[in-house]
Design a protein around this ligand. Sequence first.
Ligand SMILES: [Ca+2]
Ligand SMILES: [Ca+2]
Ligand SMILES: [Ca+2]
Length: 352
Amino acid sequence: MRIFRSLFFTFLVGGLAPLSMAQTLGVQALMDSGYNSGSQPLGFFGAASLDRWLAETANLVVGTQPDGMAPFEGDGMLQIVGTGGAVSQVRQRIDVTALSDEINSSCGIRAFVSGRVNASVAGTEGGFNVIALDAAGVLLVVASGKMPLDDDISTWEVSTSSVDLPADTAFVEVQSLFTNALLPTGEFGYADDASLVLNVAATAVAYDGSCGIINPDRLSTTPVIPGTSWNATVDAQATRDPSFAIVLVTNMGEPSGCIIVDLAPILIGFGSAPASELLVSGNIIGTVSIFGFPAGLGTSASTSSGIFIPTGVPLCMPWYAQAIVFGDVTTDGIVDLDPMLTNGVTGLVGAQ
Ligand SMILES: [Ca+2]
Ligand SMILES: [Ca+2]
Ligand SMILES: [Ca+2]
């Protein structure tokens, strides 16, 4: 039986000021996100209006429809009318210039979009896209959440999309759209429960060094999000026996130059282990121990128990993690501990 135990994880973050945040971050930003009764009427698709739904061929409908479709939430939903054209879409654009400082910072802002879509026609594609535009309305980037739908009206499929807003993004637009070639004339697609949230995105990306060595024990982690749990996972190299690992979390990445070391004499005072490269530097801001992981089979990963990240950890703070993995590497014929360093994982602390 595997026993996973985390010793401690303490962020020491003195000297790192929190990014100042406008109030609109982390809040659902669309008007009429539920398309319920009392919503604004749908506007003309080509209008320049902000903060309202603009439609090509669609209706706001209340209650269960003659085709049996019922709203996902509240009493209303968006009914998109098939026209036989390329796509049928409904869009809403919001002004995000109040967030220009944050959008143009090195940390940046991500737009997270989600919503529910449904149809009664087999093979229909529908979903929610998100688009970033500059002050002149020129499209900078688009992310598609369009997906194949089933023909079961009792299931509302979840569509999600997100984009990291490029510098100089002034508007964000959410589109709910259906592929009309798959939504024939006279048929309907439906959307409900839309959401647009702008926030600092937490990231976690694995990396290797620049010195030509790929450390064979592998580390992956979840992103660091204050107020939630963080997990580190070690996947040991195939010839390593069961043992334990220590994950180091620091505030800097690969040291300048190449520090390629045999950790056995350094850490346990005798013997030798295959060389591996140090990929973190600076100050250690946390450590996490993972006990009792299985023999490395290339597929047998072991994960730390959830480490709670305090709510006070500043958003956008960079972090770097690298584990030291113990346990005998059997290929040298000597039964001993062969401590080696894993790959690194780096990211920015984010709100979601
Ligand atoms: Ca609704
Ligand atoms: Ca469905
Ligand atoms: Ca050995």
